[in-house]
Ligand binder design. Structure first.
Ligand SMILES: [Zn+2]
Ligand SMILES: [Zn+2]
Length: 128
């Protein structure tokens, strides 16, 4: 008899203690995916905007004398091939579009002459 009562009592307690499954997806956990602060995101957006303002074109060694002097992209060390998408920096150095865009996201200077690209950009805006 006492065993039966004990079992009943345990069962009762077990049922009472069953926790309601509530999942709280904490906002802080999802935010870990993007660890950039708002300030960093703004700076990156501004930098992308500046990069987009740089003139771009395709490599054509026969058309322009200035392009003829630069035969390879110093970022990837590959020779330019006719028709390659390229980006012109204000210092007249040229690079593959993909190479220089990637480079400028990390360092906003020309990889050849170390001239700050944004300073040249700003001064060219003022004179225009
Ligand atoms: Zn390259
Ligand atoms: Zn340069």
């Amino acid at each position: 008899m006492t065993v039966g009562l004990d079992l009943d009592g345990k069962q009762m307690r077990a049922w009472e203690q069953v926790p309601v499954p509530v999942y709280h997806p904490t906002p802080s956990q999802t935010r870990l995916a993007t660890q950039l602060t708002e300030e960093e995101q703004i700076r990156i957006a501004q930098r992308i905007g500046l990069i987009q303002h740089l003139p771009k074109g395709v490599y054509d060694p026969g058309r322009d004398g200035s392009e003829k002097k630069i035969r390879e992209c110093v970022i990837c060390m590959m020779d330019f091939v006719y028709g390659d998408p390229i980006r012109f920096l204000p210092c007249m150095h040229i690079y593959h579009l993909d190479c220089i865009d990637d480079w400028l996201m990390r360092s906003f200077t020309c990889p050849s002459c170390m001239e700050p690209v944004d300073a040249a950009l700003l001064s060219s805006y003022e004179t225009n």
